[in-house]
Design a protein around this ligand. Structure first.
Ligand SMILES: [Zn+2]
Length: 66
């Protein structure tokens, strides 16, 4: 497997939010000192990372990954 393919597969792998455990996609650029932005596949109101949706109380995502 070449580096390009590995990188592509890595980017498409399902990851979970460390806070609510919901499925997320990663966006942004992998580089030193840069945090990769997590984009929730489905928003919910219990994740402080979802600033637009957060209702003030953290809770697990309804479709949390184990
Ligand atoms: Zn979350």
């Amino acid at each position: 497997m070449g580096a390009d393919e590995a990188h592509r597969l890595h980017r498409e792998a399902v990851k979970r939010c460390p806070v609510c455990r919901g499925a997320v996609n990663t966006a942004g650029i992998y580089s030193e000192g840069t945090k990769v932005a997590l984009q929730h596949r489905k928003s919910h109101g219990g994740c402080p990372r979802l600033q637009k949706h957060y209702r003030g109380k953290p809770s697990l995502h309804p479709e949390a990954l184990s």
